[in-house]
Design a protein around this ligand. Structure first.
Ligand SMILES: [Zn+2]
Length: 233
């Protein structure tokens, strides 16, 4: 089925209804499209704004202190840092020529709008027109919630070849220990002696190395923590 794809996977965090409506449009037109920009983190927006500025240098392009990029004809080509609707997960840029050719009159029935006539690639939901900053923030928080969450038990089980029942039983615990040890080796945290631990972790290792030699059980104490955290106890 025709659908929209994301060019950059880190920008795929877009309000689901907007993606859905664009997909319905794709099906109606029988064409795929590519979203070249969706959700932008602040770091991403800084990169995009500097690219926008570079592209418009010969049109009198300039950047304001808030990061926004303008041309001398009064057009804003990149919003101020943190102010773009892309930062709130409610805008998509779709650069396919068939998509850019669509007018607002045509996309209205899909609940979509291109709010800026000079950006025929930038699309949003009609229902998001005129919403407040706090509403935008709530949308962004709901979309990003879970976007960078860790792996849950079922995902871990599926990934490691176990039965994905979400129950933490002996087999799941054993696999987690095995993985943990492997991860510690990859990360270089597979310490063999308390001296290694102290050198890797403390900003003034020499002070601690004295204690390591003097205080009885200090070595065992340190290594027990390492073993426990590394899944070896
Ligand atoms: Zn845009």
């Amino acid at each position: 089925m025709p659908s929209v794809k994301f060019k950059y996977q880190d920008e795929r965090f877009v309000y689901q209804k907007l993606i859905d409506q664009v997909n319905i449009l794709c099906v109606a037109k029988g064409k795929d499209c590519l979203c070249t920009s969706g959700y932008r983190s602040l770091e991403k927006q800084k990169i995009i704004n500097s690219q926008s500025l570079a592209q418009r240098k010969n049109q009198g392009g300039y950047q304001k202190a808030d990061g926004s990029v303008w041309t001398s004809d009064g057009k804003c080509w990149a919003a101020a840092y943190g102010k773009s609707n892309h930062c709130y997960c409610i805008a998509m840029d779709i650069t396919d020529s068939w998509f850019q050719a669509l007018t607002n009159a045509e996309i209205k029935k899909y609940g979509l709008v291109k709010p800026m006539s000079y950006e025929p690639w930038h699309v949003q939901l009609l229902e998001h027109q005129g919403i407040s900053l706090s509403q935008k923030e709530a949308i962004r928080n709901s979309v990003l919630k879970g976007a960078d969450k860790g792996m849950d038990v079922k995902e871990f089980q599926a990934m490691s070849g176990l039965k994905a029942d979400g129950i933490v039983g002996p087999a799941t615990k054993a696999k987690a220990k095995e993985m943990l040890q492997c991860c510690q080796e990859i990360l270089g945290n597979d310490f063999k002696t308390s001296e290694e631990v102290i050198r890797a972790c403390m900003s003034s290792p020499e002070d601690w190395l004295v204690l390591n030699k003097m205080v009885s059980h200090f070595k065992d104490y340190t290594m027990n923590i390492v073993k426990r955290m590394g899944g070896k106890l």
